[in-house]
Each structure stands twice: as structure tokens, then as C-alpha cells.
Write a new protein. Structure first.
Length: 234
């Protein structure tokens, strides 16, 4: 009587999802943003408003002095015009930044300052100092949410995460800082908001000054948003 044996194959190990697709590194990928910015000038008592389109493109990958693959990120600009539509303008090279996606971090060098934008694996317990590789004060970044659907700039994304970089919760009566970024899988950064303003009352303090919300009495600082307009591969 023969004995029959069934052969069993071990299930292939499934690699954990680290979240790398939130920070693509494919050459040719680009994102176009609509940018709105406000600069509050206390000295001249005025507010300057700027609108433009910004294009960030992964132009190439090279090896840096630490022998790491490094992204050359070319950034182009089109300044808003009331008479000429953006699609009739030519992109003008603004500057070049670099990025690194390592096994544990997504890093971006902006104006010669390196920031830790994301950490891997992406999960709800992750908190990190986004300024650990630059000389700025410590900022404790954290994931507010991830893998949630969102519509940004009129475009639907099925998996989005938000990084809270700094939020003072409006606890200070004379200044307010709020920095967030949102990323989509297989796209990258799709939204950025910065509020970094002050509201100094002067001397003497006007009656009822602090009864007005700080965002309605800004005297200096900056606000800007970057909102995705389109993306693709060239």
C-alpha cells in the first residue's frame, strides 16, 4: 500500500508596505502647482500678493558625496498675468533642489536646508524631528492621517497622507505658525500650506485688540499655499 504525500509550498512572504510610493523617485515625473502667497509688511504697512504656477520635475538621478542615489529636482515658474493664460507661457527655470529617498526617510534640500519630509514605514505612531539635519530649531513632525481618499485641486486621490509639521493651535496672541503637507501615493506632494504670521498691537494697545482673531489682524509674516494642478511623466 503506497502512501500519498501532498506537496505544500510555503506562501511567499509579502513585503511590508513601507509607504515609499508617497515619495516617487522615477525620472521624468513632474507636478504642476498653483501657488498663492501673501507677504505682510509691517514696516511699509502693506500686503503683497503673488500668484504663479510652479513645476517640479525629477530631471535625473546622480550619486552624491555619500554615495547615495540623489534626485535632481528642477523647479520652473510661470508668473500670473491678467492678460496671458498660463498655457500660453513658457516655463522658466527658477532653481534646482535635491531629494533622497532612503530606506527610512524621504529628504528634501530646500534653499540649502535639508528637511526630513517623511519617515518609513508610514504609520500612525511615527513622530520625528524634521529639522534634525539642518540648523533650525527642533520641529516634531507627525502623521495626521494616511491612506485616506481626498480631492485636492479638483483631482481625486485614493490614498493621501498629511504631515503636521508645526501647529501652535493659535495659543499665542501675537503670532501663529501652521505648517502642513499632503502627499498622494504614486504622485508625491500634492498640497502645502504655510502660515507664519505676527500681530503686534503697538503702543498703546488699541481697545479690544486681542478680542479680534489673530488671522484678522496680521501685521507681518507670510501665508502661502501650493495646490496640485496637474501631474504626469515626460
Amino acid at each position: 500500500m503506497g502512501l500519498g504525500f501532498s506537496s505544500c509550498k510555503k506562501d511567499k512572504a509579502i513585503a511590508p508596505d513601507m509607504g515609499y510610493t508617497y515619495f516617487p523617485n522615477q525620472v521624468g515625473r513632474y507636478i504642476v502647482y498653483n501657488v498663492d502667497s501673501f507677504y505682510y509688511d509691517d514696516f511699509n504697512k502693506k500686503t503683497d500678493t503673488f500668484k504663479f504656477q510652479l513645476k517640479e520635475k525629477i530631471q535625473s538621478v546622480f550619486t552624491d558625496n555619500e554615495n547615495r542615489p540623489t534626485i535632481r529636482l528642477e523647479r520652473y515658474i510661470k508668473n500670473y498675468s491678467t492678460s496671458i493664460p498660463y498655457n500660453a507661457m513658457t516655463w522658466i527655470l527658477k532653481n534646482v533642489w535635491t531629494e533622497n529617498r532612503t530606506l527610512t526617510t524621504a529628504e528634501k534640500v530646500e534653499e540649502n536646508l535639508r528637511y526630513i519630509k517623511l519617515v518609513f514605514p508610514v504609520n500612525e505612531n511615527q513622530k520625528w524631528n524634521g529639522n534634525i539635519q539642518n540648523t533650525l530649531p527642533e520641529w516634531n513632525y507627525e502623521y495626521d492621517f494616511f491612506d485616506l481618499p481626498r480631492t485636492i485641486g479638483g483631482i481625486y486621490f485614493d490614498s493621501v497622507l498629511q504631515v503636521n509639521q508645526y501647529d501652535d493651535k493659535l495659543s499665542n496672541l501675537v503670532e501663529h505658525k501652521y505648517y502642513i503637507e499632503k502627499y498622494a501615493r504614486n504622485v508625491g506632494l500634492i498640497y502645502k500650506q504655510v502660515i507664519d504670521v505676527e500681530s503686534q498691537p503697538g503702543n498703546p494697545i488699541p481697545p479690544g485688540f486681542f478680542n479680534v482673531p489673530i488671522m484678522q489682524r496680521i501685521t507681518s509674516g507670510v501665508q502661502y499655499t501650493m495646490t496640485i494642478n496637474s501631474y504626469g511623466i515626460e
